[in-house]
Ligand binder design. Sequence first.
Ligand SMILES: Nc1ncnc2c1ncn2[C@@H]1O[C@H](COP(=O)(O)OP(=O)(O)OP(=O)(O)O)[C@@H](O)[C@H]1O
Ligand SMILES: [Mg+2]
Length: 447
Amino acid sequence: MMNILIVDDEEMQRTMLQGFLEKQGYRIFTAADGARALRVFMEQPIELVLLDHRMPDMNGDELMEKIKEISPTVRAIMITAYGAVDTAVRVMRLGADDFLEKPVDLEALLDKIRRIEDEVLVAGDVEEVQEIIASEDLPVRLVGSSRPIQDLLSVIQRAAPTPWTVLVRGETGTGKELVARLVHLLSPRKNGPFIELNCAAVPENLFESELFGHEKGAFTGADRRRRGVFELADGGTLFLDETGELPQAMQAKLLRALQENTITRVGSEQPVPVDVRIVAATNRDLKEMVEKNMFREDLYYRLNVIEIEIPPLRQRKEDIPELIEFFLRKYNSRSRFDNQALAQLTKYNFPGNVRELEHIIQRTITLARSSVITVRDLPPEIRNFRGRSGGSSNLAERLTEVEREMILDSLEEHNWIQTRAAEALGISERVLRYRMDKLGIKNQGRK
Ligand SMILES: Nc1ncnc2c1ncn2[C@@H]1O[C@H](COP(=O)(O)OP(=O)(O)OP(=O)(O)O)[C@@H](O)[C@H]1O
Ligand SMILES: [Mg+2]
């Protein structure tokens, strides 16, 4: 349960909130003004601040800024006067996670607190996975620090140690195979084999033998006994890629193998026990395939014990700069992208997701004549890409996009001199830095 600091100059309000939240199990600290709030904040492990926007000594904006300066990761909910939407928007920009109007609706408050609590837990999981990845020097890296990637890492962290089947869903190039490998490497089976079978690449008549193996003489051409992927993956993880392409007849056989933990080689009657953890991946909508009777419902539920969905790159554009740096390092390139090139790359929608981005980087650094890559060096589909960035229909996402665009444009326009950019945007330099940090915008000042 979180430690919450309530800052309000009205004693009634403080006591009421304190009583309510303590009954929910939270540990509550209170302060009657900004100065006292700061003192409590420095002395106690506060995770969430509930602050009244209007206070006698310093207003909520100021307190918010000071608190964020001391601890950028602390969470905050601002309580504003009824109908003060402009105030609300401003405090969100200052880094409040949410706001509530007076009089405070306690159920709504609890909802918001629970949501924030959930985010804090996710952040904890993410830290843990990152530590394991770093300490064990795992051969795969899942780059990105956007909220969707944090959620993804958190799910992986919780799913990996279990024996359950995992279904990884995502568009082409989003990193499904990468996630499958990570699930394996973070599981107790990490020292066992990781075997992959791409269901789209197997001819229908060879499927059964690929999965379960065959005995010598089982069919024409079977000149010796061969083990299938189930046996090869024994004690480890079997990655079934493009599971949606599995022929109907095979779906039944796979289901049986999963239910009984045994397989039967083609040309044999003898069941062989196997100990395999399945990670399946698909870029098709299996649920819809089930509805159209193209995929067995029972197999779908068997595979989908834990579902991991990887969002497309266009929904987490804040990861693009980090990914670019990662790929530049991966290909030992000393090139860098100038700001306009970066901005143009961030506008693009990447139908081929991370793989497409990787290819673009490879191709660009190979062909560019200078080590500073400009818009002119980008492939035409990106160089000529117009259209509003992202264009998400989700309000929060769209606002983030617009904010990113405005900040980037202003920084560009002012040669990345933050004082000027901040002034043009009508915010303080400190707030600009805070927002840049939050949006993953790195200082690209020209050297
Ligand atoms: N978050 C990420 N961090 C670093 N590299 C990534 C990330 N996501 C994807 N990649 C890289 O992008 C490429 C494509 O990833 P991967 O093969 O896992 O995608 P996929 O979803 O399996 O694609 P497909 O549907 O086409 O099979 C790989 O080189 C992978 O290492
Ligand atoms: Mg793949």
